[in-house]
Design a protein around this ligand. Sequence first.
Ligand code: SAM
Length: 284
Amino acid sequence: MDSKIKEKSGTLYITATPIGNLEDITLRALRILKEVDVIAAEDTRHTRKLLSHFEITTPLISYYREKEQQRSVQLVERLLAGESIALVSDAGTPGISDPGAVLVSLAQKEGVTIVPIPGPSALATALSVSGITDSSFLFVGFAPSKKSQRKTLLTSLTDQPHPIIFYESPRRIQGLLNDILQVMGDRKASWARELTKIHEDLQYGTIAELLALASSKNNRGEFVLIVQPGKLVRAEGDNVEELLIWYRDNTSLTLKDVSRKIASDLGLSRSAVYQEALIIYKKK
Ligand code: SAM
């Protein structure tokens, strides 16, 4: 990168904002939001409310998923011309299940100075009250909304040994819990709902218990779901037929889920395993 351009270029501040309670914004974030030339926001109307609460009048420009590429080019041009820019998302830390990565990588490529302004994230907040003692975890974010894709993902995660963290909306929480129960079996789990808000709700139990709660409760608010690893059960069998018989006789997995699991474990086509499963399951 040409050092002259670098000297002149402005700074990109990746700025975390509250996930509910406005008191959670940091003093540094407030100063940066006041001082930059422009704030790039996932939803300008949403961020305008935050800014007016703190009497900040910095101009806003939209930066959202569908326009990430195009907007990133424009924003990096402005950075290279010397403007300073803060990027914010609707809630929490940009780039974590939120737009941001495209802008950051283009700014990196062009030698722009990038400064993180840390603050709230639903991920760290939920983890802090999970009581999980493992030092590692697997952050999935949002599972796919299509059931078959979601089940394929869950199948691939069944045997991994770390707690798994999902983001989920109230509309889909039951579907996700239901699929986890079917594919991964009942396990210890917890959810953190409406974090930092008036109706903050932390629940600890098993997937089946959370599912019962989700079915009986008014599930407003967003969720972070943490699923503990299950007991590692080794399926016994040297070939597809033997494995199918083992799953049929030792688990409550559906024929489809068993086919998905065996196909994923052995790297086979799911439809081929499914055809064989139809025969094996008929025999019982
Ligand atoms: N970038 C954000 C962060 O750092 O946490 C996440 C944005 S993502 C689009 C939104 C998801 O984060 C929600 O669906 C929910 O799973 C989680 N989330 C955000 N705010 C939350 C809150 N107050 N309580 C629980 N979960 C929350």
